[in-house]
Design a protein around this ligand. Structure first.
Ligand SMILES: Cc1cc2nc3c(=O)[nH]c(=O)nc-3n(C[C@H](O)[C@H](O)[C@H](O)COP(=O)(O)OP(=O)(O)OC[C@H]3O[C@@H](n4cnc5c(N)ncnc54)[C@H](O)[C@@H]3O)c2cc1C
Length: 415
């Protein structure tokens, strides 16, 4: 048997968290060996364009890369794409790769991200039903849209889910002239994040853009266009209660779940949200192994308890933070999670928090306007903040959340 090869640093997963760790290590002068292993076909890339610029055909995959493809070789980072880590033995600090190679490490970062939740209803296997996680999924949606008449024709697209993916994809496609319908269980889009009042404002923006928005509905089945045809293509979405919504193409955005398969098999402790349980320095329950990004459920000094966040800037900040810990920094992870979203060029939102509980929403400005901000307050504490279309002061809100001190709630709208 051949001896395992060795790397000082092993980055498991090819998303922004792992790429950010590699970049921070090299930019800070780390000269040890670094290996980044990912099952993706491509070097690490940003996923947000998948529901925005790339889906609209305004940007390609190269422009979505976190670092230019040549950066890894230029900075002596061994990038192993198309390679899954099959098993992890934290006690021996060894992984087995798909290629059957073994690799030992001194320190490793587990950044395996998240995978989409799938809707398990009758007809789920029909052609034309899409999920969106990778940029290649976005390409597949564009190609399939072309196949059913796409931009030039009268294809009817149904989005299942009224959260970010559903709203962003609907906005992107509707801005190109495609007929879109959003179906969701909640009453208003983005209601689960911002409550029904702001959700109602978002609904108005989507409807103004020509999107049909149907809240309070449950998808019961996907129905074929032609039950006798062999191609088995989607033709309609059946709702509980009997309604059928015509659909030539469906995109499901019904949530994601942390991809903890590798960590779970390795015996790592999991948290309540299903993520890899980490302490306030993003250390997992195994020595020598940290976690970052969508899988990381960490003890947040900002929130006073465990939290897991599925946002790009958080993954980037956590990857960089772990790299700095390895380089000698020693302080808890205390960055206030930040999130952005764009609905075509109709809505640009930025948010900090996230507010998990709040008893008051204080709007700075007016929901009758295009731009406003909203404070999510619990008692005298700011728990979250969202700024729509350039209004407000996200830095001030972030500082108040981080400080965690009681505030004069009525003075919040003063600036
Ligand atoms: C379409 C879309 C739009 C989004 N838009 C926004 C937005 O507007 N704003 C925002 O803040 N966030 C957005 N997000 C969320 C954001 O992209 C994620 O929070 C971020 O990608 C998380 O990065 P990560 O590095 O933790 O994980 P990921 O990006 O999921 O990367 C993990 C990687 O690990 C690989 N992997 C998993 N297991 C293994 C294994 N065993 N071996 C090898 N490789 C493995 C996976 O294939 C994947 O490449 C969006 C997400 C999607 C899908």
């Amino acid at each position: 048997m051949t001896a395992p090869s060795r790397t000082d640093v092993l980055l498991i997963g090819g998303g922004v968290a792992a790429a950010s760790a590699a970049r921070t290590l090299r930019e800070s002068g780390h000269d040890g060996t670094i290996t980044l292993v990912t099952r993706e076909l491509d070097a690490p890339y940003h996923r947000p364009p998948g529901s925005k610029e790339l889906l609209r055909g305004e940007q390609d995959l190269d422009a979505s890369l976190v670092l230019p493809a040549a950066w890894y070789a230029e900075h002596d980072v061994a990038l192993r794409t198309r390679t899954s880590v099959m098993s992890l033995d934290p006690a021996a600090r060894t992984v087995k790769l798909q290629s059957k190679d073994e690799l030992t490490y001194d320190r490793a970062l587990l950044a395996t991200g998240a995978m989409v939740r799938r809707l398990n209803v009758a007809g789920s296997g029909l052609r034309g039903i899409h999920y969106l996680r990778s940029l290649r999924n976005a390409d597949a949606i564009r190609r399939d849209l072309d196949a059913v008449g796409g931009l030039a024709g009268d294809a009817r697209v149904v989005l299942v889910g009224g959260s970010y993916i559903g709203c962003e994809v609907a906005a992107s496609l509707a801005s190109l002239g495609v007929s879109c319908t959003i179906l969701m269980q909640e009453s208003e889009p983005l209601e689960r994040t911002f409550g029904p009042e702001i959700g109602g404002w978002v609904r108005k923006r989507l409807e103004d853009g020509g999107i049909a928005v149907r809240g309070g509905v449950d998808v019961e089945a996907f129905l074929p266009a032609d039950p006798d045809a062999e191609d088995g293509r989607i033709g309609a979405v059946a709702l509980a209660g009997g309604d059928h919504v015509p659909a030539d193409l469906v995109v499901c955005g019904v949530g994601a779940q942390p991809d903890v398969m590798l960590g779970k098999r390795a015996g790592l402790e999991l948290g309540e949200s299903g993520g890899i349980r980490c302490d306030d320095r993003l250390r997992t329950s195994a020595a020598g192994l940290w976690a970052a990004g969508d899988i990381c459920e960490y003890d947040s000094v900002v929130h006073g308890g465990p939290i897991r966040v599925e946002h790009e800037e958080v993954a980037i900040a956590q990857g960089a933070y772990v790299a700095r810990q390895w380089l000698g920094e020693d302080r808890p992870y205390d960055v206030v999670p930040y999130f952005f979203s764009d609905l075509a060029d109709w809505v640009a939102l930025e948010s900090v928090g996230p507010a998990r509980r709040w008893d008051r929403t204080i709007v700075a400005g007016s929901l009758d306007d295009d731009a406003f901000a909203a404070w999510f307050v619990e008692g005298r504490h700011v728990r979250g903040y969202a700024a729509f279309n350039g209004a407000g002061d996200i830095d001030r809100a972030s500082a108040l959340i981080q400080a965690g001190e009681p505030v004069d709630v009525d003075a919040l709208t003063a600036s």
